[in-house]
Design a protein around this ligand. Structure first.
Ligand code: 13P
Ligand code: SF4
Length: 303
């Protein structure tokens, strides 16, 4: 931490000078999460917070779709991402043309789209969802069949918790898809007293084998409220690093993967971003209204 102190100090000074706020996802490193972020959260919380920002500049410490969502929800603000190459395997798994083709194949079936997608995909969507409200949104859209894209695993995990028929897409999160039921058995064997919790982007066999599954914020809340003596968070590695420093009496054991996209963001490029006011997120004008509506519908339906 002493090594990071000058960067943290300078970023926090520049935030004031540039009238900027830093929104950071729960997968950001502790230096960002604890050192410079003004608001931290899961995708839904960050989207809701983006609508309330009064500062002129938003620096999004997360991946590209998160920054795009902030721009959609608060278009008069300058939204910056410290490295625009911070993508997401789910967002790159589907295009707007793919969604239009699916709509033709299943006429009249509502399309629920995970926020981990481009603005162009959101624009051809009925309503978005995140991992924290997926079941609720699927239950609340009209009809007994729903197209849920692009995460096949989130869709299959949601299908187990709803009576609706779900048609999905073959996308997956490169970080969570690699966890297996055998990994969970091995963790149980190695740490018999530990609780094991996972993100719903993991395959269904993994979710069946764990003690709790939920969005990144739900996992943090679960650990803070349940206070298990030992826990494994089967998700991105920064999660337990960030929660460990806020939670006493819980032993955090390793069972995580790193998201290379989230890890593109670091203190150096956050500082560079604020200093040079780059890289600025833009969304084509013609896409904004429809994409924004899909996200706003989700926020409205999750109240
Ligand atoms: P959350 O909405 O649960 O924070 O998930 C976002 C994400 O990218 C998980 O991989
Ligand atoms: Fe995308 Fe997976 Fe990284 Fe989340 S963890 S940003 S879903 S690649």
């Amino acid at each position: 931490w002493p090594f990071y102190a000058p960067l943290i100090f300078e970023i926090n000074r520049l935030k004031k000078e540039k009238d900027a706020v830093i929104l950071a996802h729960n997968y950001q490193t502790p230096q960002i999460y604890h050192g410079v972020a003004d608001i931290v959260g899961d995708s839904l919380q960050l989207a809701v917070e983006a609508t309330k920002v009064t500062q002129q500049v938003i620096v999004q410490c997360g991946v590209h779709f998160m920054a795009e969502t902030s721009k959609l929800l608060n278009p008069s603000k300058t939204v910056l991402i410290p490295d625009s190459r911070a993508g997401c395997s789910l967002a790159s798994s589907i295009t707007a043309e793919d969604v239009i083709a699916m709509r033709k194949m299943y006429p009249g079936v509502p399309v629920v789209t995970y926020v981990n997608t481009s603005a162009a995909v959101k624009a051809v969507t009925d309503v978005c969802c995140t991992s924290s409200n997926a079941v609720d949104i699927v239950n609340r859209v009209e009809g007994d069949t729903v197209i849920m894209i692009p995460d096949q695993y989130l869709a299959r995990n949601t299908a187990k918790l709803t009576h609706k028929k779900i048609i999905t897409w073959a996308g997956s999160c490169e970080v969570h898809e690699t966890f297996t039921a055998d990994d969970i058995s091995e963790l149980r064997h190695a740490y018999p007293t530990a609780k094991i919790i996972a993100h719903p982007e993991c395959p269904p066999e993994v979710i069946d084998a764990v003690d709790f599954a939920g969005s990144t914020a739900a996992m943090i809340d679960w650990v803070k409220s349940t206070k298990p003596p030992r826990v494994v968070m089967v998700t991105e590695c920064s999660m337990s690093d960030n929660v460990a420093s806020e939670t006493t009496g819980v032993d955090f054991l390793r069972g995580c993967n790193i998201c290379p996209h989230m890890k593109r963001i670091n203190l150096e490029n956050v500082l560079w971003s604020l200093h040079t006011m780059s890289e600025e997120i833009t969304v084509p004008e013609e896409i904004i209204p429809a994409a924004r509506l899909a996200v706003e519908r989700m926020i409205e339906m999750s109240r």
